[in-house]
Ligand binder design. Structure first.
Ligand code: ZN
Length: 290
């Protein structure tokens, strides 16, 4: 299968390729709406400000997944997770080729901001992910977010951009639950505008202090389920949890109900909010506060 021209995602560019050149990507997962809405906002805004570099925006990186509102590319293409596929290869399956086409578009940028969310299945705390310690100040532009050194995950766009290009790379999370977290989308837009000013892509007005005392997440641990069933959570993202504390109810296929307790202590980073779960799904993601 080859990618038809109309299947290459829409991208917008301003300032041609003048450096510094930043890229904003959204909907690498087709069920994540916060970054998409923020990208539209940033594109409207950037045409009204004093541009000093250039900006490329890709509001819908995976059009096939976006049309289906699914995390992965639909199975009639190849069912792959675009966020495990970068930098992609030519002459392979749809998602591999899509990743390759996207990579070729963004590879010469000086900075990448990849906006994600919890999608249909999860609610996520605000995570201002970054890879290099020197980029903490940029990550801290995201209001009310935990600072998060993103773990190395091959195929993730922000990870591969950081690894291969060695440049500014940010990967952020917020909201989800199969809806638009409007406040999260608004703050994504605010954060992206701040980062663009700090990078010198747009003229900077004033000092724009950022919060250096923001809590930082260290190691994260998933609590997964080994069988199918339904999970009814009794905890919220951003709260503290202790090992042994009740995290919700577990309903087995035979409809027997029991309480589930946390296997970890820390900050609740993500909660499974779509009740139906399959074996191997994670129910809760808990992060160490460092
Ligand atoms: Zn995502």
């Amino acid at each position: 299968m080859t990618i038809a021209p109309e299947q290459v995602p829409i991208y917008w560019q301003i300032g041609q390729s003048i450096h510094p050149c930043a890229v904003v990507t959204a909907m690498v997962h087709g069920d994540e709406f916060e970054g998409f809405v923020a990208a539209l906002d940033v594109w409207k805004w950037v045409r009204t400000v004093d541009l000093q570099g250039s900006l490329m925006i890709l509001p819908v990186c995976n059009p096939a997944a976006a049309q289906a509102a699914t995390r992965h590319t639909p199975t009639r293409y190849d069912g792959l997770n675009l966020a495990r596929t970068f930098p992609g290869v030519t002459g392979s399956s749809y998602t591999q080729q899509l990743a390759h086409a996207l990579w070729n578009l963004i590879r010469d940028a000086d900075a990448l901001i990849d906006l994600h969310s919890g999608g249909v299945g999860y609610d996520y705390a605000r995570l201002a992910g970054y890879y290099r310690d020197t980029d903490v100040d940029l990550a801290a532009c995201f209001p009310k977010a935990f600072l998060w050194p993103v773990p190395a995950t091959p195929g993730v766009l922000s990870y591969e951009f950081s690894r291969i290009k060695g440049k500014v790379s940010l990967g952020w999370e917020c909201g989800g639950e199969a809806r638009l977290d409007r406040a999260g989308a608004d703050d994504y837009a605010i954060a992206v505008k701040r980062v663009l000013a700090r990078l010198g892509v747009v003229a900077r007005k004033g000092g724009g202090r950022v919060g250096h005392s923001r809590p930082r997440i260290g190691r994260t641990r998933r609590q997964t389920c080994s069988t199918a069933g339904w999970f009814l959570p009794e905890l919220t993202v951003g709260s503290r949890i202790k090992r042994g504390q009740v995290i919700g109810q577990w309903i087995k296929p035979d409809l027997r109900v029991r309480e589930l307790v946390s296997r970890h202590s820390g900050i609740v980073i993500a909660v499974r909010t779509l009740p139906r779960v399959e074996p191997g799904d994670y129910l809760v993601l808990v992060g160490e506060l460092v």
